[in-house]
Design a protein around this ligand. Structure first.
Ligand code: NDP
Length: 603
C-alpha cells in the first residue's frame, strides 16, 4: 500500500506494460476455452467422494415444509436464519455435503482462510456473538461458525445432508414446489430458495494421460489427510516427509496451500501456467479488548457498510478494514477526486481505474523481486495482467516459499502442463516423477446454471429455468424470476454484485426474502411472483450500466472472462446495479422499508 501523494509517485510506461499484457495473454489463449477442463465424473468419479463425513443411510422424506432451500453454505444458512427469526418454519436445507458450510465444508486444504476480512466476511457475527480470532480467519473457524449458525437457529433439525436435488417442479394447482432428490425424497414446499454457490463443481485439467497417474492424487476441495497426515488447522503433514509432491495450478487455492506443502514435503514442484498477483496479507490476531470496544449494537452492519462504501462508490471518510481490496478502490478515488467535476466523465473514470491498476500491479510485481532471492524465479512469479483480470491474492508466505531449497517453480510459459504419465508430470519434455499430485485446478464457471446446480427448476406452465435464462439471467434484484412463483435466488448477480465481499450480498438478500415470505404468510396469499413488466424493467436498467468491472476480453484467459472466449449474449446480463453496490444496498433497504413490494404480485 502507498500513502505517497499522487505527484510523488514514479511515472509508469503504460504502453510497454500494455504490450507485455497482450503478449502474455496471447500465449495463453486456446480454442477449447472451458472445454479444456474435465468434471469429476466417469474415470474421475472417485475424486468427487466426500473424504470428510461418512454417508449415513436414511429413510426418504415424503412430507411438506414451509420453505426448502437448496444449498447449505452461507446463502442457505443466512436465509434460513432470517426466516427463522421471522417465525417462518419449518425450513429445510438440502445439502450435497455432509454438514453445513458449503465451500467451507469442502475446502479444508492446509492454509485455507478467507481473503476478505473476517469482520465483514463471516456472516451473522453479531447475532451469534462470535469474535473472529484473526483479521483473516482460517477455514476450521469458518466451518465451525457455519455450524454455530446452524445450531443457533435450529437448522439441523430439518436439514438433509449428502442429498442432491434432482428435480424441482411448480405445481400450479396446489401452489407449491415438488422436490425430488437422489436419496428418494419426494416432498413439497410452499416456498423454495436456491443458493448453490458460484464455485461448487470442482474441475480437473484435461491434460493428456491424466488418468494414467499411479501415485496419489486429489483435488484441493477433497483433501486427503489420510495420505498427507496433518489436519485442516495446519498441523505438520508427516505423511509427506521425504515425498515428491506436485501441485498443479497457482490460483487463490494454491497460493494458500503451497507454503504448507513447502514446509512438509521432501520436494515440492509447483506447476504454473499463469502466475497470480500476490499482494500483502498482513494477517493478525484480533485483540479481544479492542473487539469489546467496537462491538456495540449494530457493529457488523456499520463495518459492512463501511467496507462497501470504500469499495463501491459510497461516502468513505474512514476505512475500517484497510486492506488490499480497499487499497485499489482508494487509489481510484484519489485520482477521481483531483478531477474538476466537469471532467468526471465515464472515460476519465475508466482511465483513473486503469492508472490505479497499473500502479498497483507494478508494486505487486516489485514485491516478487524484493521477496524471492532467485531473480529468474521472481520474474516468473510476476503477473502480467490487470489486477481484476484474475482473482487478486494476498499472502505473506507464498512468494517466500520459493526461497526454500526443496521448492521448485516449474513454469510452463503459459502453455500448461504437457502430459501426465504413470510416474508424474511432463513439462517441456522433462518428466517430474511424483508420489502425490494435488490438483489446485479450480471450479467450473461459465457453464449454464442448471448444469452446475444439477437440476433445472420447472416453473409455471412447464417453463424451465434454462429456457427462461436462455439469453442470460433474467431477474428482479437477482432474487425473483417471472414464471417461478414462491422461488428465490440467493446470489450476487443482478443485485449488488459486490465481489470483494460476496457474503454481504447474501446477508442482504436473506433479509429481503424473509420479509417477503413473512408478508405473504401474514396476508394469507398462496403465491408471490415478480411481474413480467418488473423483471423486464430491471433487466433494462441493468443494461444501462458500465458492464463488468472484472475480467474483460483483453484480460489473460481465466474464469473471470470465459477463458478469453467470446462470452455470448448472456455475459452482458452478468452484472450488478448500475450505480454500484453501495447504491444498491441503499436502494433495496428503501424498497424494503416502503413496504409496497414494487414489482411483486401477491395472489
Ligand atoms: P483457479 O481457477 O483460480 O485456479 C486454477 C489453476 O489451475 C490456475 O492457476 C490455472 O492456470 C491452473 N491450470 C488449469 N489448467 C492447467 C493446466 N493444464 N496446466 C497448468 N495449470 C493449469 O482455482 P482456485 O481453486 O485457485 O480458486 C478458485 C476461486 O475460489 C478463486 O478465484 C476464489 O474466488 C475462490 N477462492 C477463495 C479463497 C478465499 O477467499 N480465501 C481461497 C481460494 C479460492 P491459469 O490461471 O493459466 O488458468
Amino acid at each position: 500500500m502507498t500513502d505517497a501523494p499522487l505527484a510523488a509517485r514514479p511515472p509508469i510506461d503504460k504502453d510497454a506494460i500494455r504490450a507485455r499484457y497482450a503478449t502474455e495473454r496471447s500465449k495463453r489463449l486456446r480454442a477449447d476455452g472451458n472445454a479444456q477442463y474435465r468434471r469429476l465424473e466417469g474415470a474421475f468419479a472417485r475424486y468427487a467422494d466426500d473424504p470428510y463425513t461418512a454417508r449415513a443411510e436414511r429413510t426418504p422424506v415424503r412430507d411438506h415444509v414451509t420453505f426448502a432451500f437448496v444449498g447449505g453454505g452461507f446463502a442457505g444458512l443466512v436465509t434460513a436464519a432470517r426466516l427463522t427469526e421471522a417465525g417462518v418454519g419449518p425450513v429445510r436445507i438440502l445439502e450435497k455435503g455432509g454438514d453445513f458450510g458449503g465451500t467451507w465444508y469442502w475446502n479444508r486444504y492446509p492454509g485455507a482462510q478467507c481473503d476478505t476480512a473476517s469482520m465483514v466476511y463471516m456472516p451473522l457475527l453479531e447475532e451469534t456473538g462470535h469474535m473472529p480470532s484473526e483479521k483473516y480467519a482460517h477455514a476450521p473457524e469458518i466451518l465451525a461458525h457455519c455450524r454455530r449458525i446452524g445450531e443457533k437457529f435450529g437448522l439441523y433439525r430439518d436439514a438433509l445432508f449428502h442429498t442432491v436435488v434432482t428435480a424441482m417442479t411448480w405445481d400450479d394447482a396446489a401452489k407449491l414446489w415438488r422436490i425430488e432428490t437422489d436419496r428418494g425424497d419426494a416432498f413439497t414446499a410452499q416456498f423454495a430458495g436456491m443458493g448453490t454457490g458460484p464455485l461448487h463443481v470442482p474441475k480437473l485439467p484435461g491434460i493428456p494421460g491424466i488418468e494414467s497417474f499411479r501415485g496419489h492424487a486429489f483435488h484441493t476441495s477433497r483433501w486427503d489427510y489420510a495420505v498427507t497426515g496433518g489436519d485442516p488447522s495446519g498441523a505438520p503433514m508427516t505423511g509427506l516427509a521425504g515425498k515428491r509432491v506436485g501441485i498443479l495450478g497457482t490460483g487463490a487455492t494454491s497460493v494458500q496451500c503451497v507454503p504448507h506443502l513447502a514446509r512438509d514435503a521432501g520436494e515440492l514442484f509447483v506447476f504454473q501456467r499463469t502466475p497470480s498477483s500476490v499482494d500483502v496479507r498482513a494477517n493478525a490476531p484480533i485483540d479481544p479488548e479492542w473487539f469489546r470496544g467496537i462491538a456495540t449494537p449494530g457493529w457488523q452492519m456499520r463495518w459492512l457498510e463501511n467496507f462497501t462504501a470504500n469499495q463501491a462508490g459510497g461516502p468513505a471518510t474512514e476505512d475500517l478494514v484497510r486492506d488490499g481490496w480497499t487499497d485499489l478502490a482508494r487509489r481510484i478515488r484519489e485520482r477521481i477526486k483531483v478531477l474538476p467535476p466537469a471532467e468526471r466523465t465515464p472515460a476519465n473514470m475508466l482511465r483513473a481505474f486503469e492508472d490505479a491498476d497499473f500502479e498497483k500491479m507494478e508494486e505487486i510485481r516489485a514485491r516478487a523481486d524484493t521477496i524471492v532471492g532467485d531473480s529468474e524465479t521472481a520474474g516468473k512469479l510476476k503477473a502480467w495482467y490487470r489486477q481484476l483480470c484474475k482473482r487478486p491474492c494476498f499472502h505473506d508466505a507464498y512468494l517466500q516459499a520459493f526461497n526454500r531449497p526443496n521448492t521448485h517453480l516449474i513454469d510452463t510459459d503459459g502453455r500448461g502442463v504437457e502430459r501426465v504419465t504413470e510416474r508424474g508430470v511432463v513439462v517441456a519434455g522433462r518428466e517430474y516423477p511424483l508420489d502425490l499430485l494435488v490438483y489446485a485446478s479450480g471450479f467450473e464457471v461459465g457453464t449454464p446454471w442448471e448444469s452446475r446446480a444439477g437440476f433445472d427448476p420447472v416453473g409455471r406452465g412447464g417453463l424451465r429455468l434454462s429456457q427462461h435464462w436462455r439469453e442470460g439471467m433474467r431477474t428482479k434484484h437477482g432474487v425473483h424470476a417471472h414464471g417461478f412463483p414462491n422461488a428465490f435466488f440467493v446470489q450476487p448477480t443482478q443485485g449488488a454484485n459486490l465481489i470483494s465481499n460476496a457474503p454481504h450480498n447474501l446477508v442482504d438478500s436473506a433479509r429481503t426474502i424473509a420479509l417477503i415470505v413473512r408478508t405473504a404468510l401474514d396476508r394469507k396469499v398462496r403465491e408471490v411472483e415478480v411481474t413480467a413488466e418488473a423483471e423486464d424493467a430491471w433487466v433494462a436498467l441493468l443494461l444501462t450500466g458500465f458492464g463488468r468491472m472484472i475480467g474483460g476480453q483483453d484480460c489473460t484467459p481465466g474464469y473471470y472472462n470465459n477463458e478469453g472466449q467470446e462470452p455470448g449474449p448472456a455475459a452482458k446480463l452478468h452484472v450488478g446495479y448500475p450505480a454500484g453496490a453501495y447504491a444498491y444496498f441503499k436502494y433495496i433497504a428503501g424498497w424494503r422499508e416502503a413496504g409496497t413490494f414494487d414489482g411483486l404480485a401477491f395472489r
